[in-house]
Design a binder for this molecule. Structure first.
Ligand code: PGA
Length: 250
């Protein structure tokens, strides 16, 4: 269990438009009365400037969904950590399963991305998680530990500055959620791994992600090692996201 308040992060993925973002953010911000958890939204790169200006002065932090493993230079299409920093980005998702699956990101690339973020003063939200086949083969623990170990080894004493998100691939966007007990079991494994690496493991928020919604958030967040959520689909609906932020504030 961390000493911090819960952290709830929306992951818009490749959704949105100038008009839709403006109404989603305005509806979300107007519902924040009574919300005391930490909150952020990770928006597509072209909308960082828009979201930065709409979130300025609010309690909602800005996040990005990916960052380049390179510092600068001839990497067409990439966005660097320093560019994110220019828009006051506080968090960046690294190693989301969709990037690992569709864009060939290895554990080593993910670890370098986390390093780039930390060097720019941005908190990486490092995603780990097993596929259904891996879970059924009893490999869940081995897989998530391997994914986190790469980031621990690359980042040394800075590791207490990261956020971890456990996202079972079979639960992402499927409506299948890990049970609170399944989530807690994996979160406890990740916490122990962090404790072995740093004396400050209690500073690391471990988020759950994968079909978290307004109906199941409270029971997941009640687990001792579930420090918040990484929320895809439900973060695109302001009333749902606000209700989850409220559940995380109790
Ligand atoms: P979901 O996505 O909430 O839509 O399942 C979570 C994520 O992929 O971060």
């Amino acid at each position: 269990m961390t000493m911090n308040s819960k952290l709830m992060v929306g992951n818009w993925k490749m959704n949105g438009s100038l008009a839709a973002n403006a109404s989603l953010l305005s509806d979300t911000l107007s519902g924040l009365g009574g919300v005391s958890c930490r909150a952020a939204v990770c928006v597509p790169a072209p909308y960082l400037a828009q979201a930065h200006s709409l979130l300025t002065g609010s309690s909602m932090a800005l996040g990005a969904q990916d960052v380049s493993a390179h510092e600068s230079g001839a990497y067409t299409g990439e966005v660097s950590a320093n560019m994110l920093r220019d828009f006051a980005v506080r968090y960046v998702i690294v190693g989301h399963s969709e990037r690992r699956q569709y864009h060939g990101e290895t554990d080593a690339v993910v670890a370098t991305k986390a390093q780039r973020a930390l060097a720019a003063g941005i908190t990486p939200i490092v995603c780990v998680g097993e596929s259904l086949a891996e879970r059924e083969a009893g490999q869940t623990e081995v897989v998530v530990k391997r994914q986190l170990a790469a980031v621990i080894h690359a980042n040394g004493h800075c590791i207490s500055e990261i956020v971890v998100a456990y996202e079972p691939i079979w639960a992402i966007g499927t409506g299948l959620t890990a049970t609170p007990e399944q989530a807690q079991a994996v979160h406890a494994v990740l916490r122990a791994q962090l404790q072995a690496a740093t004396a400050h493991a209690d500073r690391v928020s471990i988020l759950y992600g994968g079909s978290m919604n307004a109906a199941n958030a409270a029971s997941l967040l009640a687990q001792p090692d579930v420090d918040g959520g990484l929320i895809g689909g439900a973060s695109l609906k302001a009333p749902d996201f606000v209700s989850m932020l409220k559940a995380a504030s109790r």
